[in-house]
Design a protein around this ligand. Structure first.
Ligand code: PEP
Ligand code: MG
Length: 753
């Protein structure tokens, strides 16, 4: 910000402080500051809207609009420009507000006389308390500096309103506490499950006690000291042996990079220069960065938002702002509520207390969701307004099955939950009791049940579930949670850890499957129009041979003297498999030449997930040791339906005649060639789908660990002969899906699906 603008801003804040120091009642002070803002912004109108308990925004004070509308005009949540600002927490700046579809003028205010509009949210502890608006009669292009000035004022307003210095204390309390009625919020299930607990708002309770600085020079010193302390703190954490291994370290390394970002530090210093205290400057810079990041579609950048939050919180702690630290006074049944969260925060959390997570953002493929599934913690994402509508301490029920959250539920909902919970516990206990029972169908078919894994955390499930092994180890997760490429020795130690945990049980390591929605921060790539069908998986490995060789070398070294199974993802034709295997065999030779023992047994396989390869099985099968079907991708490519796009992802069914007949073809051909085959896509985790797979001849299923109990229960109750006969009667049906027929079969034959 330019020097004169900073000086102007300091003058404005000083005038603000003079008004606040007067002995007038809050309403009179509010009217005065609103006039001050209008004058300062050279606007005909300046209005303050305050959020009431029902979420509506009430015109609380105005300079310029009709006085008779004050305390009368109300905008429902999300309605009109004011409602939009409150709902999105983002500023709106319009040269011609009347041409905006969101503009809904209220005639009693007389606002249709004003053409341009700028509104910013009034925030406090990350909660929207209201909206601050300026309007002008003429078409005016509000400038960036003007928006910044209004946002800074909104920050000061937030603190003053919350403290009751600008509005009556009852209004302040109501506005800060938000809604107190039962509410249902809809979202998307990112990690399945059902849970009840008490809400803990994850780090949003940042309360800046003083926003206007008494001595800006001193504030700058405070800020610099806090930044230095945080740098030291992060270095100390990285030096801890507990962090030195595992997934947390990589995330801490990313923080370190952010913490040293000169642009971020400069912006905070500039904010102090305008007359804010150090903590207000941190908050303001953080809010601005969040708003900017939120508009960036790149999923990797958006995922970094959670890291930024963590960093800002560390600074607040240093500055002694009122941060509601998570370590203190946690209930025993925590439901974490956050805008978004990084995986490290979850990993560092006391798992025994955590029941569920609710996020306003988040995606199924995000690292945090992956970690949550490994921990078996239900997560609902895309829950708009959650941090705003849920108060810390509220009772919350998370219903993953129906992708909804009940906030402050009525007794009926609590009772219904109690019944479902009791039933679920019964089911879980029944399935746990099957841990040591072999998965054999009623007609004597043994089915091996493997689990999918990708984090060290997943390994404990091997013993918990007594799985037969790991049918898919997604090695890319180890790469994704790091800020730089892991060194060869690091990778080898990591794979060795996995093999040690598995003991005699086989592990299928899938080589790097990045690209599409799985991005590596350190692997440069150009934006692609269609990344799911772009430069990904084995295509990257073959093009970046050094990267590929390093991974293969690490795998070979980790598996010295033991069995190693390597599988290549997204193979589209036989030549591609041969090329990948040739690189592997060269690495075997390289190790031999150096006198290394190498694996005792080496098995090489492919993932079958590109439809073209299904038509090349006769040529492929004699060359491979095993195949594993990636039904998630195979389905997406067979039906040309993006698995990450909620509009089409569930449009076609895996139990449709086309897909079922492809699976049958794969099973038959693998059997003919005596090649081991399995399936590791999500399909295998669903009991009904698994039932069909077993009838199609699949004897190895690899799935989410928490699905093993349910699938085993289904197998124990299945008569494959009966199902095969039923399937031969289904013939070539023309229905979109055979699911209803399979469901009817399961119901009639007592198959537990
Ligand atoms: C699949 O595509 O089915 C699969 C198991 O791999 P991923 O989900 O990791 O793409
Ligand atoms: Mg896949």
């Amino acid at each position: 910000m330019k020097r004169d603008a900073a000086a102007q801003s300091r003058q404005l804040l000083s005038d603000f402080r003079t008004i606040m120091q007067s002995a007038e009642p809050p309403e009179v002070r509010l009217a005065e500051v609103v006039r001050l803002v209008a004058r300062n912004m050279v606007a005909e109108v300046c209005s303050v809207y305050i959020r009431r308990a029902d979420g509506a925004l009430e015109l609380f004070e105005t300079e310029g609009l009709r006085r008779e509308a004050v305390r009368i005009t109300r905008m429902e949540a999300g309605v009109g420009l004011v409602g939009h600002v409150a709902e999105t927490s983002l500023p709106v700046r319009l040269r011609d507000a009347r041409s905006s579809p969101a503009f809904e003028p209220r005639p009693e205010t007389g606002e249709d006389a004003y053409m341009s509009f700028m509104g910013v949210p009034i925030l406090y502890a990350d909660r929207v308390l209201g909206v601050l608006v300026v309007q002008n009669v003429s078409a005016r292009d509000y400038q960036d500096e003007e928006q910044e000035a209004l946002e800074m004022l909104a920050l000061v307003f937030g603190q003053m309103i919350a403290s009751g210095a600008l509005v009556p204390p009852e209004t302040a309390a109501e506005s800060v506490a938000g809604n107190s009625r039962p509410t249902r919020l809809a979202g998307r299930s990112l990690a399945d499950g059902f849970a009840k607990g008490h809400a803990v708002l994850h780090a949003p309770h940042i309360t800046v006690r003083q926003t206007v600085a008494d001595d800006p020079e001193e504030e700058l010193v405070r800020l610099d000291n806090a930044i230095r302390d945080v740098h030291d703190q992060i270095d100390e954490m990285l030096a801890q042996p507990a962090i030195a291994a595992g997934e947390s370290r990589t995330v801490m390394e990313a923080f370190r990079l952010f913490a040293h970002d000169p642009g971020w530090q400069r912006r905070m210093r500039e904010a102090v220069d305008t007359g804010l205290t150090a903590e207000a400057a941190v908050k303001r810079t953080h809010d601005q960065t969040r708003a900017r990041f939120r508009r960036i579609p790149d999923p990797y950048i958006r995922a970094r938002l959670a890291d930024m939050d963590d960093l800002a919180n560390r600074l607040f702690n240093r500055l002694n702002a009122d941060v509601n630290a998570l370590e203190h006074d946690l209930p025993d049944d925590v439901v974490l509520v956050a805008r978004d969260m990084g995986p490290a925060e979850l990993l560092d959390f006391d798992e025994t207390k955590l029941r569920a997570v609710i996020l306003e953002q988040g995606s199924v493929g995000s690292h945090m969701s992956i970690v949550a599934r490994a921990l078996d913690i239900p997560v609902i994402g895309g829950c708009t307004g959650a941090t705003d509508r849920i108060n810390s301490g509220d009772l919350v029920i998370v219903d993953g099955d129906h992708e909804q959250v009940f906030v402050r539920p009525d007794q009926d909902v609590i009772d219904a939950f109690g019944e479902t919970e009791a039933m679920q516990q019964e089911v879980q206990a029944r399935r746990r009791a099957l841990r040591d029972v072999e998965a054999v169908t009623r007609d004597g078919m043994k089915v091996e049940l493997y689990c999918n894994a990708g984090l060290l955390l997943d390994l404990r499930h091997l013993d918990e579930t007594a799985a037969d092994g790991i049918g898919l180890y997604r090695t890319e997760l180890h790469y994704m949670v790091r800020s730089r490429l892991p060194r060869m020795q690091e990778q080898a130690a990591y794979y060795k850890h996995v093999l040690d945990a598995a003991g005699d049980r086989p592990v299928i390591f899938r080589t790097l499957d990045v690209g599409s929605d799985k991005l590596l921060p350190y692997l440069k790539r150009d934006p692609e129009p269609n990344p799911a069908m772009g430069w990904r998986a084995v295509r990257i490995s073959l093009d970046q041979e050094a990267l590929f060789r390093m991974q293969l070398r690490a795998l070979l070294s980790a598996a010295e003297g033991r069995e190693l199974r390597v599988m290549f993802p997204m193979i589209a034709d036989v030549a591609e498999f041969e090329a990948a295997r040739a690189v592997l065999l060269r690495e075997v030779e390289w190790a031999k030449a150096r006198g290394r023992a190498g694996p005792a047994i080496l098995k090489v396989g492919v993932m079958l997930e590109v439809p073209a390869l299904v038509w090349r099985l006769p040529a492929l099968l004699p060359r491979v040791d095993f195949v594993s079907i990636g039904s998630n991708d195979l389905m997406q490519f067979m039906y040309a339906a993006d698995r990450g796009n909620p509009r089409v992802a569930t449009r076609y069914d895996t139990l449709s005649p086309g897909f079922v007949s492809s699976l049958r073809r794969i099973s038959e051909q693998c059997q003919q060639h005596h090649v081991e085959f399995s399936i590791c896509g999500e399909m295998a985790s669903q009991p009904l789908e698994a039932m069909v797979l077993v009838a199609l001849g699949f004897r190895r299923l690899s799935m989410r660990p928490n699905a093993i109990g349910a699938v085993k229960e289904m197998i124990l109750s299945l008569d494959t002969n009966a199902l095969r006969q039923e399937m031969s009667r289904m013939g070539e049906r023309n229905e979109g899906s055979l699911r209803p027929m399979f469901e009817a079969f399961a119901a009639q034959h007592g198959v537990k699906t």
